[in-house]
Ligand binder design. Structure first.
Ligand SMILES: *Cc1c(COP(=O)(O)O)cnc(C)c1O
Length: 377
């Protein structure tokens, strides 16, 4: 029996491999591997796609977030409010610049930051908020920007899982002060390796970002401040430029797949399906359901039992994320206690991400649904 993987990048390569090969070969033949026109072409195309004035490409989504904080002079003694239910990089970079992440709880429906709690967490030391458009679903940016404006805070959007997502017809990454993107291979727009970008309307900030990603360099071997080495390779830029042309089609496929899951799974008891919001457009980096815990004291979460039953039927599902960041050993020094952010903790016990990639077939989805029905029905 064929396994159904959580994502499958080889299917995509079968479709556009010839184009990717041609673009990569052109870069290899050019002899220009770092910087240059290929990178600038991608930056222009990506800025235009997002609807932001500037795009600064860099080496990863993590570096995009790090450079964003550096460019806004956020560091020691500053607090940055963010979600504990995200990939570690979101908080890691706050710590990396010497600032303190302040975790607030999430909403069960969207898995995104609970904005009422964001407002309550603002202190004299708060400098910025990092919302994460988790699994491709946009945060309510109207409400978040109003809160940020009232308190004069920066908003750095973590768009790593949401390239192409929209809030009220504006692409995420064009709404906050800065938008940070990851081109990790399994993201909606993925390179063949690491890559990232920062978008902004502020040309002064983008100029600083361009320096910071290249050791703080201003001119040849002249440095007013220190930066990092975080450039996007020309090879990746060429590949991303090809793939950007397909992103809308792939995101539409993801939306159709999510809709089909919604129909197939709604009759199954004890499943919470992802909610959609008509003000936003999710691009479904993940299709994440919740399986309610019947016995909170049980040694093994019911979700984990279902996951291994799915695996027996050849369906590989994933758990993003099994332990909320506020309870990670790496953040023990912040002093959070179990029970303090109850929704993030509940969700980390209950979530299960089903196979989701643009080439997933209806037949594969039916097998996923059948396996879940057998497990729960
Ligand atoms: C993937 C991801 C990142 C980090 O991106 P990399 O390119 O892997 O460094 C940051 N935040 C979120 C929410 C992510 O999913």
């Amino acid at each position: 029996m064929n396994k159904i993987p959580p994502f499958d990048l080889s299917e995509q390569f079968k479709l556009i491999g010839a184009e990717i090969n041609a673009a990569a070969t052109a870069v290899l033949a050019s002899g220009r591997y770092i910087g240059g026109a290929t990178v600038e072409t991608f930056e222009k195309a990506f800025a235009e796609y997002i609807g932001s004035r500037e795009c600064v490409a860099c080496n990863s989504g993590t570096d995009a977030l790090l450079l964003a904080l550096r460019a806004l002079d956020i560091g020691v003694n500053d607090e940055v409010i963010t979600t504990p239910f995200t990939f570690v990089a979101t908080a890691e970079v706050i710590s990396a610049v010497g600032a303190t992440p302040v975790f607030v709880d999430i909403e069960l429906d969207s898995y995104n930051l609970d904005l009422a709690q964001v407002e309550a967490a603002i202190s004299d030391r708060t400098k910025a908020i990092i919302p994460v458009h988790l699994f491709g679903r946009p945060v309510d940016m109207t409400r978040l920007m109003a809160i940020a404006e009232a308190h004069q805070l920066y908003v750095i959007e973590d768009c790593a899982q949401a390239t192409g997502a929209e809030w009220k017809n504006h692409k995420v990454g064009s709404i906050g002060h800065l938008g940070c993107f990851s081109f990790y291979p399994t993201k909606n727009l993925g390179a063949c390796g690491d890559g990232g970008a920062i978008t902004t309307h502020d040309s002064q900030v983008s100029e600083r970002l361009r320096r910071l990603r290249d050791h703080g360099r201003k001119g040849s071997y002249f440095y007013e401040e220190l930066g990092v080495n975080s450039r996007l390779d020309a090879l990746q830029a060429a590949i991303l430029t090809v793939k950007l042309g397909y992103l809308e089609e792939w995101n539409r496929n993801r939306q159709a797949i999510a809709q089909r899951y919604q129909q197939l799974l709604s009759p199954i008891p004890d499943l919470s399906l992802p909610q959609t919001d008509t003000s936003g457009r999710s691009v479904w980096n993940q299709y994440t359901i919740r399986i309610a815990e019947s016995d909170p004291k049980a040694e093994q979460a019911r979700r984990d039992v279902v996951r291994s039953q799915l695996l027996d039927k050849g369906v590989i599902s994933m758990v993003y994320y099994p332990l909320s960041l506020h309870l990670q050993p790496a953040y023990a020094h912040l002093g959070y206690r179990p029970g303090q952010l109850p929704k993030a903790e509940q969700v980390s016990r209950e979530v299960l991400s089903l196979p989701m990639f643009p080439e997933l077939t209806a037949e594969q989805q039916e097998r996923v649904a059948l396996a879940l029905k057998d497990s729960l029905g």
